[in-house]
Design a protein around this ligand. Sequence first.
Ligand SMILES: Nc1ncnc2c1ncn2[C@@H]1O[C@H](COP(=O)(O)OP(=O)(O)OP(=O)(O)O)[C@@H](O)[C@H]1O
Length: 261
Amino acid sequence: MRTPGTAEARGVTQRFGGLTAVSDVSFSVGAGEIHGIIGPNGAGKTTLLNILSGLQRPTQGSVVIGGDDVTRWPSHKLVAKARLVRTFQTVRLFSSMSVHENLMIAARIVAGPAEARTRVDEALDRLDLTALAPEPATALSYGLQRRVELARVMVADPAVVLLDEPAAGLNPQERRELADTLHAMRDSGVTVVLVEHHMDLVHAVCQHCTVLDFGKVISRGTPDEVTRDPVVLEAYLGGKHHRASEVDAVIPEDLEGTSKP
Ligand SMILES: Nc1ncnc2c1ncn2[C@@H]1O[C@H](COP(=O)(O)OP(=O)(O)OP(=O)(O)O)[C@@H](O)[C@H]1O
């Protein structure tokens, strides 16, 4: 049955030689929900997004978007037919183009010239970028470039958006603005799968989370539930294998100092 905007991983496994980066991961995101994928460095989050967005074929398991099994669909078909769009950990804007041109390139993939212009103008307006439309995109501050990326996502009129660490490099004020933008996306019916280390953002926007460690699902629930789960705390705080530097980025303030070694 077709169910627009839903996103599901069913028993997804990804092996790279002897390494199992993602191990039998299943989760399901309802239409118009923001679902967090969290976990320590190397847990398999980006690999999972690569599989969901058609960049990587899983060794086992399937991906179902809007009720369609899209496991073998190439990325361009996912964009055109499932209306699934993603961003990457690093900002990927065309450096020789203006903000407006960057958005037009994305809009023209899915719309004719007139409709593309309308969509670009709407996205610029929604993200408060209209005044910056003629500016060279990569001359903007990092936070604004991230916002241009989100505008570029919106011009595709997506049903499902996959975001890989959109708050990386943003200051607290910019993260609050990002939370507002994600709320607006959700309110317009867009489904979001959010890979993120910044737990303030996860707490602000996600209804549910799936927590990965060493490729496996170790916890699921609301942001409050998973950050209180002893198994999750052990994965972040007790692990000898994870970098100490990531602990500050991920542990919410109310847990800081409780059991940090
Ligand atoms: N193409 C690849 N070939 C071999 N190993 C890979 C490949 N891609 C990822 N890995 C390994 O798979 C594991 C999961 O990596 P992945 O990037 O998905 O983790 P992550 O949770 O996104 O980490 P981070 O939070 O640091 O971005 C890591 O051990 C990584 O080294």
